[in-house]
Write a new protein. Sequence first.
Length: 225
Amino acid sequence: MTWFFVVHPSIKSVADLKGKKIAVGLIGDSEDRFSTMFVENNGLSAKDITRIPMGTSSGARIAAIKSGSLQAAVLDPGGMIVAEKEGLHSLAFLGDLFPLPFQGYVVTDKKIAENRAQIRRWIRAMSRALLFLRERPEEAADIGIKKLQLGNINRAMLIEATKAYTRAFPPGVPGLPSAEGIKNILEYEVRVPMSMATPLPARRLLDLRFAEDVKRELEQKGLGR
């Protein structure tokens, strides 16, 4: 996952979060689960913190921490860079918790049956884009400035945000989840939130043949080394 755990400057360690308020998107969502897991892995319990649902606005979370109404928040890499410019600091990169396929693409069985070549081209393009972000963050930032509406994020901040984002990438050619990552996403993003007694088999949800083919292809071309 690509999130950072950002805190008020008065917070120096996880222990300082006892009795404090942490912003998440919604109670029970991924941000809530993983921020709670982070503090539990570092000596606190879920009862030691109060999670406050605040939607998706990074700006609102940063303002709340600066005002003192909250002491911590989960932020994406761009939000983390802005927060640091505002005097806050990152306490942890939540991607260090464990491997987790953070984003993915859904396709119908009909599409797989009728247009496999297009699916493979799409995955190849996305894998090459991830490689570009990791290997050429300055050029990626220039494209972002030209093509996207980025508000008050300047080029230097965007470069740092891109580098922070690519911390989540696995070594080599990115795009194919590891066996541990697949296990984790089925557990923490399917079984736990849906209160299932047992997880669904991976084969019911994932078809990684195309990503595996693209990974081999790009490795043969010497990419991702």
